[in-house]
Design a protein. Structure first.
Length: 128
């Protein structure tokens, strides 16, 4: 259970429309500081300097998918234990189990509700 207040989230999403909605939901509604990346490679380039407390990763992205991005981010010592939440439309129980087995703390279904996204993330953070 995390006693630390969640502020900094690394958000990796390749769809500009979804990025914009999530950014609004997380910054304006949730009050978080976001580093938004459009690809796994951009996340690798920016993550260490941003020092996120939580990483929110889209599963299906071109070039480098969410699970691969998470694996590569974990290679940075400072990010080795940073919690990851996957965002995906694939939320069958078996798929969610696979993501958790990979090391994700939870999975948020897409499409998500922008009005509850921040509180969902805060709830997950409390259980980390």
């Amino acid at each position: 259970m995390s006693s630390e207040t969640l502020n900094r989230i690394l958000y990796v999403e390749d769809e500009p429309d979804i990025q914009a909605v999530a950014k609004l939901a997380l910054e304006a509604v949730g009050g978080f500081t976001l580093e938004v990346c459009s690809s796994g490679q951009e996340a690798l380039d920016k993550a260490e300097a941003f020092a996120p407390q939580l990483m929110l990763l889209d599963v299906m992205m071109p070039e480098m998918d969410g699970p691969t991005t998470m694996k590569k981010l974990r290679e940075f010592p400072a990010l080795a234990n940073t919690p990851v939440i996957f965002m995906t439309a694939k939320v069958q129980p078996q798929e969610v189990k696979e993501y958790k087995d990979l090391g994700a703390v939870d999975v948020i279904a897409k499409p998500f509700d922008p009005m509850t996204l921040a509180s969902n993330i805060k709830d997950i953070w409390q259980g980390v």
